[in-house]
Design a protein around this ligand. Structure first.
Ligand SMILES: Nc1ncnc2c1ncn2[C@@H]1O[C@H](COP(=O)(O)OP(=O)(O)OP(=O)(O)O)[C@@H](O)[C@H]1O
Length: 331
């Protein structure tokens, strides 16, 4: 199936801000997503990605700024904007008692897809996400990876042009994550869908067309992965010193190159000659050392001063998850 795209961008966000009490979740965010691209919003937990997605899918109103889906303003024409969108949220939203087929059918009914077309699309989507043989099973009997595949299929039953995916692979094993990404790419090729995906898995954004790095509600950089690496990437040396005293002496001696340190590790900016000299001079002080070529991780570190690996779910995130389900709490 081919799709004729309108000439403008698929998504336009202009100066969007959103505040929860004292927390400024989005601070004048602006960017455009081109038709048919796979666009990643990369940022740690709490960066503002979900708030932005909620605004785009009309569940949350921005305090200021404008967000457009195609030519439709999400605040003024929410229904028209919504019809163009398929959304997969972080929290599963399938009805576990209904079968796989019924979940898809219900979605088609809600969006007013005529019966014959509904059947046809359900069959197509089930085939795409390889769930045809599961059509008559209750959704609750699926594994988490299969549920995520079903949610992606469901988001496309009303022939949405734009797919918003909030951390679609979070909590899934590596093989399932690869599979989900191959469906996403296939959708882009075969159905000319535009995909905006949020993630904090840096390796996943390598294959996206463009990456928007966000932190503390601000866009820090936006470009193709290769360009981000060229402009902001650094070769890094990750060093695990043997003792606390070794740690202190390395950190003091190379303060000018210090990117980040914690109790286990020191990260220095590097190049080939520096790495070689460092090892020759400090070999006796270190337990382990690894060289990282310019990567998106180093881009993130350079832009934010923080390591994206530090951001695992914390008790604060769990409290925030409560807020997302319904409660509003101020930070
Ligand atoms: N309902 C809410 N009430 C109060 N603060 C909130 C609420 N939802 C989000 N926040 C805060 O707004 C900021 C941005 O949160 P948001 O969920 O948009 O970030 P995120 O990048 O999507 O993170 P995650 O990956 O954890 O979903 C955070 O500081 C968060 O604590």
């Amino acid at each position: 199936m081919t799709r004729a795209h309108s000439p403008g961008p698929a998504i336009r966000v202009e100066g969007v801000s959103k505040r929860y009490g004292r927390t400024l979740a989005l601070d004048e965010v602006s960017f455009e997503v081109r038709c048919n691209e796979i666009f990643a919003l990369l940022g740690p937990n709490g960066a503002g990605k979900t708030s932005l997605l909620y605004i785009l899918c009309t569940l949350l109103r921005p305090d200021s700024g404008v967000a457009l889906i195609g030519e439709f303003d999400v605040s003024r024409q929410p229904l028209a904007a919504r019809r163009r969108l398929g959304v997969v949220f972080q929290e599963p939203s399938l009805d576990g008692r209904l079968t796989v087929y019924e979940n898809l059918n219900l979605h088609g009914l809600v969006y007013g897809v005529p019966r014959k077309l509904r059947r046809q699309r359900i069959d197509q989507m089930l085939a795409l996400v390889e769930l045809t043989t599961w059509a008559d099973r209750p959704a609750r009997s699926l594994s988490s990876g299969m549920k995520r595949r079903l949610e992606i299929a469901r988001a496309l039953i009303h022939d949405s042009e734009i797919l918003l995916l909030d951390e679609p692979t979070v909590g899934l094993d590596a093989q399932t994550r690869d599979r989900i990404w191959s469906y996403i790419r296939q959708l882009r090729e075969e159905r000319q869908v535009t995909v905006l995906v949020t993630t904090h898995y840096i390796e996943e954004v390598e294959t996206c067309d463009r990456v928007c790095v966000v932190d503390h509600g601000k866009v820090l950089a936006l470009d193709k992965p290769a360009v981000l690496k060229r402009n902001h990437g650094q070769q890094l040396l990750r060093i695990v010193p043997k003792t606390d005293a070794d740690h202190a002496s390395i950190a003091a001696r190379y303060a000018a190159r210090l990117q980040r340190q914690d109790e286990n590790e020191i990260i220095l900016t590097s190049d080939d000659a520096f790495s070689e000299n460092f090892l020759a001079e400090n070999g006796a002080l270190i337990r382990a050392l690894s060289i990282e070529m310019p990567s998106l991780e180093s881009v993130f570190l350079t832009l934010t001063g923080r390591d994206i690996r530090d951001h695992e779910a914390s008790p604060r995130d769990l409290t925030k998850a409560f807020g997302k389900i319904g409660g509003e709490h101020t930070g």
